[in-house]
Design a protein around this ligand. Sequence first.
Ligand code: RTP
Ligand code: MG
Length: 140
Amino acid sequence: MEQTLAILKPDCVRRGLIGEVIRRIEAAGFRIRAMKMVHLTKKEAEGFYAVHRGRPFFEELTTFMSSGPCVPMVLEKENAVADFRALIGATDPAEAAEGTIRREFAESKGQNIVHGSDSVENARIEIHFFFPSIELVDRR
Ligand code: RTP
Ligand code: MG
């Protein structure tokens, strides 16, 4: 079964939307296989988003992602990576489809509530960034 890494970003936590977003994730058929709350340092946020180093939004992005606690989780479902990207919608909530999580809750492109891995290979890397194997359910 395919897995993806989701993060409920600091704006989601700050605005009290953890429960509502998780409800939608579960209602869409994803099973949560690992979950925790962490407050990333700036350096850790830079490490997680290293592919974006050098982009104009890198500083804003990593400052935001280290501005408060976030909730990384491992989600499992058939076609989890693509289906989760569809559930959250486009990066910019103004361009996200009706009914998607970002369209419903995100206030801007920079503060867009949730992260989802963009490929199966990146999902594997991102899952191991946050979760040592002992924290993954059903790893046997
Ligand atoms: P994510 O990685 O967080 O799931 O978002 P994404 O794939 O939809 O977008 P990506 O291109 O990977 O960009 C990562 C995050 O950087 C912020 N961003 N801001 N101001 C801007 O033009 C801009 N562009 C990207 C967003 O918060 C985006 O989620
Ligand atoms: Mg991305």
